[in-house]
Design a protein. Structure first.
Lengths: 419, 268
């Protein structure tokens, strides 16, 4: 009798509604907020890189002030991209098995390689070729820890002759060209991790990788605008308005594309109305009301679209300060909107039972290893790393190529004689 | 050509062949050693998984929902509380309301504590019930198992004998397989911090015993056997011959091998 009462009470607990499989009756969804943060950070990497490659590959000269900033942003976030996954694993000490004994049919195993390729062969190489000349020059003028760091980063290659510099530029461009598909692959794979799960009607969807790539581009571009404006504000210099205008134009078109594809996804789901559509509709309109309809659709997409779209039309009539305000608020909204999108995908996909007969709930913990604090720390960590990068590699007091560091003095036209 | 056939070359080749033959047992031992290190299964030494093809069949009409199988599974495999390798669902299909234009009402499904302690009395009045039945659930032993497909390290795998196993000494605990299983058969074991699931009581079946749930079932709702080694008057053959069999969520293309007799369309 006691057992009966107990089981009835457990069944009547408010976090489950309708029938869910017994193994789905857990306190938290299996993939909780850490897995929300993971695709968010990875997406920011891919997007920031695409922003940088606009300068290198497509030779958009106006965007030069953010080239290095975008690359360093990508690197800072890249270094933290796997941390949420690592913290989430049941056995983090076995994580290298993914690389050592990969199972080739698993998207997650492939992600390990794409990640390693992207970090080692794309980002670090591109940054090195771009910075090599500066490292050599700075290592001659700087002393102490800074000098040591710059000297170490030259990797002993101190040749600043004309052909060597030409080779640097050429390599940088080639790596950028290789980098664009790599960036798409990186985040496409993250999307595929979800899109490949046919057991879950919310996730199993061929458009998922595309949606992830597009939202990644959007969020990464927004992050670059944000970082640039923040850096200018912190250094008390005026942002280059031509650069900002163009960046936000690109951002606007990226948002248009992203919103279109995501809209198409929903249209397709509603129109084809396959098994499970009722459950999805119910999740979208009740449990995800604030994050999907308000956060992602309205605040994260519609409002920025309207704001940035208006700026495309009447930019010349708006004062610079107001323009900057509009840009800044749009990018912040977009960044929040994409985070909401990650939440909706990851958490939303675990709010209904695979029996399609019931719903689960998720109340996030505050502390604990799947709680608010750790996730917040993991999102904040790349910004801390980026600050260190800016301090060392985008310093105002170091001479550099014209226009690549906000607020820095341009370097003398001819390179100093070789040592 | 003939110039190349020297005594030295022939001796060298011969030595190579002999050396190769001599090295083969050592290589085999190494291979077995590596396999032992890399893949641990509860099977005894000498068990050859290629000689068997295990299958479970479930007769819905025979299940009385007593929950003994769930209890036996927990006892036998040390399944932690709050998680299930097998469970029982109760389906209650009410009569259609007059004028609703339907043949039956909306199904009411429950599985309190996985049916382990039995089921509480029905809330629906007896006269309003069109039919009710119990459905035992377990790993569907899929032919194209989505769970093993997504495992990033291959810690969960399809054994040649039809069981889908998890190597808990190798699993990294990412939970991808749990997400990929459409049947909710997998769970995250809070004690081992790895994925866990029904392994057909691998430690028993590889020693000639039946899985605990099959052994204890008082109504023979669970039928277990080896398709490669049918016994006289094989229960599995008998089951297939005398029932219309059905499988769960066929549209997903997972190719479930577990078969059900008397399955209603409401069961997912």
């Amino acid at each position: 009798m006691d057992a009966n009462i107990l089981t009835n009470v457990v069944d009547a607990l408010p976090q489950f509604d309708g029938y869910v499989y017994p193994n789905e009756r857990t306190l938290h969804p299996l993939w909780s907020v850490l897995i929300v943060v993971y695709p968010y950070i990875t997406g920011l990497v891919a997007g920031a890189f695409i922003m940088a490659s606009l300068v290198r590959v497509f030779k958009v000269k106006v965007l030069e002030p953010i080239y290095r900033l975008a690359l360093l942003t990508a690197l800072a976030f890249m270094l933290c991209a796997t941390l949420p996954l690592l913290f989430h694993l049941g056995h983090p000490e076995r994580c290298f098995e993914i690389m050592m004994t990969p199972h080739f049919s698993s998207p997650m195993a492939m992600f390990g390689f794409v990640y390693a390729w992207y970090l080692m062969a794309v980002l670090l190489l591109e940054l090195w070729f771009d910075y090599r000349r500066d490292f050599v020059e700075w290592s001659r003028t700087e002393t102490g820890l800074r000098g040591l760091i710059y000297r170490a980063f030259t990797l002993g290659v101190t040749d600043l002759s004309e052909p060597a510099l030409r080779l640097d530029a050429r390599m940088g461009r080639i790596i950028s060209i290789v980098g664009i598909p790599s960036a798409f692959l990186l985040h496409g794979y993250v999307g595929f991790i979800f899109g490949s799960i046919k057991a879950n009607p919310w996730w199993g969807n061929p458009l998922m990788p595309i949606i992830f790539i597009l939202s990644a581009v959007v969020s990464g571009m927004a992050l670059c605008v944000f970082a640039y404006m923040f850096l200018c504000w912190a250094r008390r210099i005026t942002a280059d308005m031509r650069c900002l205008d163009l960046m936000t134009s690109f951002l606007f078109y990226a948002v248009v594309l992203d919103a279109t594809i995501e809209g198409l996804d929903w249209l397709h789901r509603l129109y084809s109305a396959e098994e499970g559509i009722e459950v999805l509709k119910s999740v979208a309109s009740s449990k995800l009301f604030y994050t999907l309809l308000i956060g992602q659709a309205c605040l994260g997409t519609l409002v920025p679209l309207l704001l940035l779209g208006t700026m495309q039309l009447i930019r010349k009539k708006v004062a610079e300060l107001n323009r900057r305000r509009v840009y800044f608020s749009s990018t912040v909204l977009i960044l929040i909107g994409v985070l909401a999108m990650r939440w909706n995908v990851v958490i939303g996909g675990q709010l209904f039972s695979k029996s399609l007969r019931g719903f689960m709930s998720y109340k996030m913990e505050f502390a604990g290893h799947e709680g608010w604090w750790l996730s917040l720390a993991l999102v904040a960590l790349p910004f801390v790393i980026l600050t260190v990068f800016i301090k060392y590699f985008l310093a105002q007091d170091l001479p550099t190529l014209e226009n690549v560091v906000p607020g820095a003095p341009p370097r003398a036209a001819s390179p100093p004689a070789q040592a | 050509m003939s110039e190349n056939i020297t005594r030295r070359a022939v001796l060298k080749n011969l030595a190579g062949i002999v050396g190769g033959i001599l090295a083969m047992p050592a290589a085999r031992t190494c291979k077995a050693g590596v396999q032992n290190v890399l893949a641990s299964s509860p099977a005894p030494a000498g068990y050859d998984p290629f000689q068997h093809k295990w299958l479970m069949a479930l007769d819905v009409d025979r299940c009385i929902g007593c929950g003994r199988c769930v209890e036996a599974c927990r006892e036998e495999n040390g399944v932690p509380e709050g998680h299930w390798r097998t469970w029982i669902e109760r389906y209650v299909i009410p009569k259609a309301k007059p004028g609703s234009g339907k043949t039956r009402g909306d199904a009411i499904v429950d599985s309190p504590a996985g049916g382990e302690k039995g089921f509480p009395p029905l809330l629906t009045p007896k006269d309003d019930i069109l039919k009710s039945f119990f459905v035992p659930k377990l790993c569907n032993l899929c032919e194209h198992s989505p769970c093993t497909q997504v495992c990033p390290v291959g810690a969960t795998f399809d054994a040649p004998d039809g069981a889908v196993l998890v190597d808990k000494n190798y699993c990294i605990g990412c939970g991808f397989c749990i997400q990929a299983c459409p049947y909710g058969c997998r769970f995250f074991n809070p004690e081992t911090h790895t994925a866990d699931k029904c392994n057909l009581c691998y430690h028993r079946i590889t020693r000639g015993l039946k899985p605990a749930c099959v052994e204890i079932c008082p109504s023979q709702a669970r039928i277990f056997g080896d398709l490669n080694n049918p016994v006289p008057d094989d229960p599995l053959q008998h089951f297939s011959a005398n029932n219309t069999v059905e499988k769960l969520k066929k549209s997903l293309g997972t190719g479930p091998r577990v078969v059900y007799a008397g399955l209603d369309e409401e069961v997912r």
